[in-house]
Write a protein that binds this ligand. Structure first.
Ligand SMILES: [Zn+2]
Length: 385
């Protein structure tokens, strides 16, 4: 068949099924002749299905390698991740060639083109929605079953690096952003805490279980492996002490309900990590303007609440997040690190050195904008985010 395409396929099927007298009289397939219209349709289908499947060997493996390379490039890149704009995505979709085979995810160009306006806002999710999806879909799969495995430091490091690099990407923060502020800005927990939550949940299931065998196992393991940190009961004892939660004996005696225990653990975990992460803020020079009082685990920073699900707002959010985390590149910073022969002078007023305080409070070129935002200016020089 010359120049086979999706259009030709549908035309042949339509003609073959229609009441028209012009039908395909005979099809020659591998030296055999096919006269029956139903069988002919089957032949057309098989031919086009065969055409749509990549022929060269190792195609799926090549796709996997390609995906891994892209992930590695992203994780090793020192540049901040800048999301595509709606226009860029729309323009990319419009330039796709139709009539081509589906990709390795069974998606064809026609589907992307037809999705148009529905698809574009979905790909421009703000960081909070990304975090919700990440917590709902990625974390449970990533940590599935890890509560029963003794993880060594290098294994934990891999998980920590994966977790923090993902969290940094949601608000497009550069890799130099202090780890503590990434968690507190999003209200997310470190991966250790997520693993601890699963340990505690399993402990509650064991402690409140009516099964005598499991109870006997609990007593035996505690007696034999209570101090062994490679054993579940050794680890859980350390976790309970770390979060100042009741010990196993008290839990066995009190038998708290699932909901009550979950709430108790949640409060203890949040309190412990808020204190730990906030104590790190004091040592970071980039976070000298941060208002630690408004930071919490479980709720995101107020800057996210002011954003709508629009690309322009997402971009504004990225700039705000960088200013808050002290990673916004001012002219003074660029000059300090000798980036591209930069000058420290503000490009708007061309008089003073441009640092974050100058942009927000002092630059004469922005005086009119500042007047509109009068309440902000009234905070004067002792501002906290
Ligand atoms: Zn200026």
């Amino acid at each position: 068949m010359e120049n086979p395409s999706t259009e030709l396929f549908h035309r042949l099927i339509k003609r073959n099924r229609g009441s028209s007298e012009v039908k395909t009289p005979l099809l020659k397939i591998d030296n055999s002749e096919v006269n029956d219209p139903d069988k002919q349709r089957g032949c057309f289908m098989k031919y086009f299905e065969d055409l749509a499947i990549p022929k060269y060997k190792g195609y799926p493996e090549l796709c996997t390698i390609r995906h891994k390379l892209i992930s590695e490039l992203c994780s090793n890149s020192t540049d901040a991740f800048v999301p595509f704009t709606e226009n860029e995505i729309q323009s990319g979709n419009n330039h796709l060639h139709t009539g081509k085979a589906i990709d390795e995810f069974d998606i064809c160009a026609e589907q992307l083109k037809a999705a148009g306006d529905i698809l574009v806002p979905t790909t421009s999710l703000v960081s909070q929605e990304m975090l919700m999806n990440y917590n709902s879909y990625v974390i449970p799969k990533l940590l599935y079953g890890l509560e029963v495995l003794p993880l060594n430091n290098s294994q934990l490091d891999i998980l920590k690096r994966f977790h923090i690099s993902n969290l940094r990407r949601f608000p497009s923060l550069p890799t130099r952003t202090a780890t503590c502020i990434v968690y507190l800005l999003l209200g997310a927990l470190p991966i250790d805490a997520e693993i601890h939550k699963r340990h505690l949940s399993l402990l509650h299931n064991i402690v409140t279980c009516d099964n005598t065998t499991i109870r006997n196992l609990l007593l035996r393991q505690r007696a034999v492996n209570g101090n062994n940190c490679d054993s579940f009961f050794g680890r859980i004892q350390e976790i309970l002490e770390f979060y100042k939660l009741p010990d196993i004996d008290t839990l066995l005696l009190e038998q708290p309900s699932k909901l009550a225990f979950k709430y108790q653990c949640k409060c203890a975990i949040q309190k412990t990590w808020i204190n730990l992460l906030k104590s790190e803020i004091d040592n970071k020079s980039t976070l000298k303007y941060i208002n630690a009082k408004v930071l919490a685990i479980g709720t995101s920073h107020t800057l996210w609440k002011s954003l709508c699900a629009m690309v322009s707002e997402v971009k504004m959010g990225i700039t705000k997040a960088r200013m808050v985390t002290g990673t916004f590149m001012t002219q003074a910073t660029r000059y300090k690190f000798k980036i591209e022969n930069s000058d420290h002078i503000c490009q708007l007023c061309a008089i003073y050195s441009e640092d974050i305080k100058h942009i927000l409070l002092e630059c004469p070129a922005l005086h009119i904008v500042r007047q509109i935002l009068q309440p902000f200016e009234s905070r004067s020089y002792s501002f906290n985010w």
